[in-house]
Structures are given as structure tokens and as C-alpha cells.
Design a protein around this ligand. Structure first.
Ligand code: COA
Ligand code: AMP
Length: 635
């Protein structure tokens, strides 16, 4: 397929949807061809792609490349500045590892449709585990290593995994994070108990094993016999990835096999301009959707080399780490989060490290995960002298909703905008009455149904919540949870979430979930958590709480207890560092907490005292508390 320009591709994706996606699906190898490209017989809520088709995602990501002569090409480059390791794995070696690990899973009784939770760091074995699940039709659910035991337990209860794959530790800069005690604690808290755990022992920490439940990765591997790829239906689930909703219960986003393979294969070529054989690097973590789609599946489905980087943008060892990896491994495209660039910019504002490396093969920098602030955009563009491309998407969609399709036609970039809707996504801006608003006017960003292939067909065993969360709020549309607008040229601008979700260093978190944790403190009567602007991390959460009558402890102690509760129950990644006691929370007369007003005061933005506020004087107290926390300075 080749498209004359962006507009032609966009139009075709709607005017002849079956031709557009049917052609894209030809790039995937199928055991059985689909009956229908799009099955809308269960509209307006449920749509399925490539109904009747059968394939195997692992076969498409590995075996077919070996069969086509790519066996000696590197599939994975594991680069760990923390351990001083660079390990290159060919497609043939990847096939051997994954087939054998699939054999391990089978020997542990894992069958098609069974769930496997993966709680592991950024090492190649994590990818072996994911791909081995795909090989035998099991459903993986990767949980980000930074989550605390309670968060892991919630996911265990929902996914009900037959087994869990984990490692003795993760490495965070100079810190060794022992995973096994966290896993043990999670299994202890969880109501559902997995039968077995397979633990990869790393030299930096030795996990103690529970007899009969825990098994050593390497010795199980040695005993196993390789397993082949099992055909699955296009509509069968490949994985579940939990993401923050507006409460403490995360949503289990389901990804199918067929639509996912087709959409990701298409996206790498036409959005990122990547061809088979290129080296592609998503500097994220396999625990996030970016890691699933662009560390693992899209590059491997395309026959590329993917980088598995176990390090940080700074401090491992310096702010030149990203440029070193790009130049050393011939990376064509880097995809990361703006927060990583802001960290580099802070340490190396003049880009001295950039000058030290040969970046001549590097073609473009793609950013997502949070709004790309114009400062960071200009800084990166001026120093790198390469296109810096913002694109907007979310865990639910699995690939970009709006972006600049570098593989079709690079449209002029406007700072602050992720450019235009990607073919397949009919993005609209509506008001709260579900009426479209004129260009330039801010509203709620929705996508007209059906969503393109690759997007969530439903939530894990919860069709009702899927409908309630995404489809009922704006009938006929998928509700993205973001606010924004379109300009007269059709460029999309994403201004931030309209719900209680915040983005901390590109990590999606729920302020509602944090409030649920704080509310468990025996001395707290009620609380509010809001995300406030942070120069490095984009947003960080801060909390306000009201004490129960009769409590007269020093609130400084309670502040600290709340900070450690969030750290222990959600994880350090929440970056919840400050809480403050106040007499009352600002509320409307009907009792709604004015979180938006607190946020505006904190960020030094103009705000109107809402006419419905029950007691305007409380805003003065909030302002003082915010100033003490280092916020509320007028811009
Ligand atoms: N396992 C265990 N703990 C983890 C972890 C993991 N996988 N990831 C983060 N943490 C911990 C950190 O150690 C830190 O703990 P601390 O409070 O004890 O210091 C805390 O969670 C916060 O981590 P982080 O937000 O990563 O902050 P940082 O100060 O260590 O690093 C950045 C700041 C900007 C360099 C870093 O956040 C970054 O690289 N961000 C890019 C994010 C990204 O790729 N997002 C994916 C979407 S594309
Ligand atoms: P996640 O599901 O963790 O990928 O987070 C998705 C959310 O991150 C989106 O709903 C947006 O709020 C935000 N986001 C992601 N990419 C962008 C972007 N390029 N611009 C603005 N916000 C973004």
C-alpha cells in the first residue's frame, strides 16, 4: 500500500474501511483468513475486527522472520548501563528462547486462555515471557515493577493468573529493588492465589523461594522442550493491561490478537516511517502500554531490532545516555516521554552531550504520554535538528489517535499540537450535551465509533464497566477522558484530562485511588488529592485532609504517615510527597469538592470563586497551605 498523502489515507480509512484495513492485514500471516474485516453486528457497543480469522502473534513477531531469512538479524539489543551489559539476541536465538519458555509454561499446566501475570524488570527474559504466552495462546498481564504489593494484588484478583513470572530484583539507578518480597506480600494479600511462580534470579539479589510454589526460571528452562505456535482467533485476547481509572480499581484493558497485529504493523511503517531491518527504540518500560506496543510487538511484528534499555535518561551514567544508545546501536527512531527530555534538558541545557555522539542515522524523535510543552519541543528540535513529533494516545487505544504520519507525509508541525487524527480515528470535540463545538472551542475529545483495529474491544470480564466508562457518557462516541480542541486546519490540541487521572512523569495515576488510600487513615475524616504542575514530572499529586473531631495529634506526623501510606499501597512512582491538614475542604453547596479550583490556585492560574461554593473563606486557607508547600505563586 502506498498513499499519495495523509488526506488520501485518512479518507480511505473511512470511505473504504474494509479495503484500507484488509490491505493492512495482508502484512500479517494468517492461518485462516477472516470472514469480515469489521463485524458490527453487536453495535453500538461492541465491534470486532477480522472476525473468523486465525493467526498467532508470536509466529508473526518471530518465526516468520526466521523463515523469511532474518534469523541472523538482531531482534533485541539489551542495553543496561546499570549493570554494564550489552547483549544482542538474533531472531533465531529469540525463537529458541521463546519456544523453550513456552514449553516451560506448558509444563506448568498453562493452556490457551489461561492468564499469566508478569512482574518483571527491563530484561530480555520479560519479553521471552510475554511472547511465550502469545505462542501458546495464554493471556499475559504485565504489571509495572514500580507498583506496590497492594496494586499487584488487585490485579491478581481480577486476572486470576494460573502462574506469575517474576525476577529477584529490578534496578533503579543505584537502587536494587527486591521484587520477591513484594510478590510474596501481594500473593498474601490477594484473595485469588496463583498456583505457581517462576522466578528469574538476577545476580544483584537472590530471591528466597517457597517450596512447592516457586520455581527457578533457569532450571525450569533447561528441562523444557520447545513448544510451537498455536492458532488463536483474531478476536481472542492477547493480553490484559491494567490502567488507572478514576477510582482505586484499575481497568483491565483487553487487547485482541488480530486487530492488534494489523494496527501495530501498520503504525510502525506509516506513523514512525520504520521498515523491516531498522533499529527502533521506545525508551519506556514493558509495564506500560508504550512498552507493550513499541518495545515488544510493533518492532518485532515488523522484523526490526528493538532496544530493551535498563537505565534512566540521566544518571546512568549521565545526560548523554540516550544519545549514546542512539549512536551505538544505529537507532533510527526514538520514542520517549517529554518528562525524560525535561530531565536531560535540566542537566544539559546546552546539549553538550548531544554534540559528542554521531546521530547521523537518527531520523526522528517521537514523544507521547503527556502534553509536549512547547519549551521542550523547541529545545529538542533546535539541538537535535531532527523532527520532534508529538503524538497522542492512551492505554485503551494501544497506538496513536493523533499524530504526524512520517511514513506517509510529514505535515507542518505546530508546537502544542500532536497534529491530526491518525487514519482510522474520527476525532470530534463535543460539549457536555454531546453536541459538536466549533473549531477553536475547547470541549471533550471523543472518537466516533467504531474505533480502528488494535483498540480495546472491552474490559476484562467487565463489559458493563466498558460501556459505562467509555461509551455511555457520549452516545455514538468513545470517550477519551481528555479535553481539547481542533483548529481551523484540523489540528488537534489535547489540554489535559477531564477526570481524576493525572500523569506523573508519563505514568498514569488516579487521584481518586490515592484518596481511597488516605481515607483509610484512622484520623482522617475526608480528603482531596489533586495533580499540580511540576517542572520535571509534568504533574505531581498533593493531598489535603480534614481530621476527625477529637483528634489532636501533631498533623506533621499525620502528613508523613499519609505519604508513606501512598508509597506502600500504590508505589514510589506516585511521587506523593506532600499532604496538608486543613479545617475544611472547599466544596460546592451540594458537597462536591472543588478540586479544579485547588489545582488552579496551586498552579498560579486565574480562577473564579465558584458561585456555588459553600464558604469562600476556605480558599484563603487553601492558598496559605499551598504556599507553604511551594505552590500558588502567581504566574
Ligand atoms: N521499580 C521500582 N521503583 C520504581 C520503578 C520501577 N520500575 N520506576 C520508578 N520507581 C521509583 C523510583 O525509584 C522513585 O523512587 P524514590 O521516590 O524512592 O526515588 C519513584 O518511583 C519515582 O520514580 P520516577 O518517576 O522514575 O522518578 P525519578 O526521579 O527516579 O526519575 C525521570 C525521573 C524523569 C528521569 C523518570 O521519571 C523517567 O525516565 N521518566 C520517563 C517515563 C517514561 O518512560 N514513561 C513511559 C511512558 S512513555
Ligand atoms: P496512558 O494510558 O498512560 O498512556 O495515558 C493516556 C493519557 O496521557 C491520555 O489520555 C492523555 O491525557 C495523556 N497523553 C498521552 N499522550 C499525550 C500527548 N501527546 N499530549 C497530551 N496528552 C497526552
Amino acid at each position: 500500500m502506498s498513499y499519495k498523502n495523509y488526506q488520501e489515507a485518512f479518507d480511505l480509512s473511512f470511505n473504504n474501511r474494509d479495503k484500507f484495513w484488509g490491505e493492512a492485514a495482508e502484512k500479517i500471516t494468517w492461518y485462516k483468513k477472516w470472514n469480515k474485516v469489521l463485524d458490527d453486528s453487536r453495535a453500538p457497543y461492541f465491534y470486532s475486527w477480522f472476525e473468523g480469522g486465525e493467526l498467532n502473534t508470536c509466529y508473526n513477531a518471530i518465526d516468520r522472520h526466521v523463515e523469511a531469512g532474518r534469523g541472523e538479524q538482531f531482534a533485541i539489543i539489551y542495553d543496561s548501563p546499570i549493570t554494564g551489559t550489552i547483549k544482542k539476541i538474533t531472531y533465531k536465538e529469540l525463537q529458541n528462547n521463546v519456544a523453550k519458555f513456552a514449553g516451560v509454561l506448558k509444563s506448568f499446566g498453562v493452556n490457551k486462555g489461561d492468564r499469566v501475570i508478569i512482574y518483571m524488570p527491563m530484561i530480555p527474559e520479560t519479553l521471552f515471557g510475554m511472547l511465550a504466552c502469545a505462542r501458546i495462546g495464554a493471556v499475559h498481564s504485565v504489571v509495572f515493577g514500580g507498583f506496590a504489593p497492594n496494586e499487584l494484588a488487585v490485579r491478581i484478583n481480577d486476572a486470576k493468573p494460573k502462574i506469575i513470572l517474576s525476577a529477584s530484583c529490578g534496578l533503579e539507578g543505584k537502587k536494587v529493588i527486591e521484587y520477591k518480597p513484594l510478590l510474596d506480600k501481594a500473593i498474601e494479600i490477594a484473595k485469588y492465589k496463583p498456583e505457581k511462580c517462576i522466578i528469574y534470579q538476577r545476580p544483584q539479589a537472590k530471591a528466597s523461594m517457597i517450596d512447592g510454589r516457586d520455581f527457578d526460571w533457569n532450571s525450569s528452562f533447561e528441562k523444557a522442550t520447545a513448544a510451537g505456535c498455536v492458532p488463536v482467533k483474531a478476536t481472542d485476547p492477547l493480553y490484559i493491561l491494567y490502567t488507572s481509572g478514576t477510582t482505586g480499581i484499575p481497568k483491565g484493558v483487553v487487547r485482541d490478537n488480530g486487530g492488534h497485529a494489523v494496527a501495530l504493523r501498520w503504525s510502525l511503517e506509516y506513523i514512525y516511517d520504520i521498515k523491516p531491518g531498522d533499529v527502533y527504540w521506545a525508551a519506556s518500560d514493558v509495564g506500560w502500554v508504550v512498552g507493550h506496543s513499541y518495545i515488544v510487538y510493533a518492532p518485532l511484528l515488523t522484523g526490526c531490532t528493538t532496544i530493551v534499555y535498563e537505565g534512566k535518561p540521566i544518571g546512568t551514567p549521565d545526560a548523554g545516555a540516550f544519545w549514546r544508545v542512539i549512536s551505538e546501536h544505529n537507532v533510527k527512531v526514538l520514542f520517549t516521554a517529554p518528562t525524560a527530555l525535561r530531565a536531560i534538558k535540566k542537566e544539559d541545557p546546552k546539549g553538550e552531550f548531544i554534540k559528542k555522539y554521531d546521530l547521523s542515522n537518527f531520523k526522528a524523535l517521537f514523544l507521547a504520554g503527556e502534553r509536549l510543552d512547547p519549551d521542550t519541543y523547541y529545545w529538542a528540535g533546535e539541538l537535535l535538528k531532527k523532527p520532534v513529533i508529538d503524538h497522542w494516545w492512551q492505554t485503551e487505544t494501544g497506538w496513536a489517535i493523533a499524530g504526524n504520519c512520517a511514513g506517509i507525509e510529514l505535515l507542518p508541525i505546530k508546537a502544542g499540537s500532536p497534529t491530526k487524527p491518525i487514519p482510522g480515528y474520527d476525532v470530534r470535540i463535543v460539549n457536555s450535551d454531546n453536541q459538536e463545538v466549533p473549531n477553536g472551542q475547547e470541549g471533550i475529545v471523543v472518537v466516533k465509533l467504531p474505533l480502528p483495529p488494535g483498540c480495546l474491544p472491552t474490559l476484562w470480564e467487565n463489559d458493563q464497566k466498558f460501556i459505562e466508562s467509555y461509551l455511555s457518557p457520549f452516545p455514538g462516541y468513545y470517550f477519551t477522558g481528555d479535553g481539547g480542541y481542533k483548529d481551523n486546519d484540523g489540528y488537534v490540541y489535547i489540554m489535559g484530562r477531564v477526570d481524576d487521572i493525572i500523569n506523573v512523569a508519563g505514568h498514569r495515576l488516579s487521584t481518586g485511588g490515592m484518596e481511597e488510600v488516605i481515607a483509610k487513615h484512622p484520623d482522617v475524616a475526608e480528603c482531596a488529592v489533586v495533580g499540580v504542575h511540576d517542572q520535571l514530572k509534568g504533574e505531581v499529586p498533593i493531598g489535603f485532609y480534614v481530621l476527625k473531631a477529637g483528634v489532636n495529634r501533631d498533623s506533621k506526623d499525620i502528613d508523613k504517615e499519609l505519604v508513606s501510606m501512598i508509597r506502600n499501597e500504590i508505589g514510589a512512582l506516585a511521587c506523593f510527597k506532600q499532604a496538608s491538614n486543613i479545617k475544611r475542604l472547599p466544596k460546592t453547596r451540594s458537597g462536591k469538592i472543588l478540586r479544579g479550583t485547588i489545582r488552579k490556585i496551586a498552579n498560579g492560574e486565574e480562577y473564579k470563586v465558584p458561585s456555588t461554593i459553600d464558604d469562600p473563606a476556605i480558599l484563603d486557607e487553601i492558598t496559605v497551605a499551598l504556599k507553604n508547600m511551594g505552590y500558588a505563586n502567581k504566574k
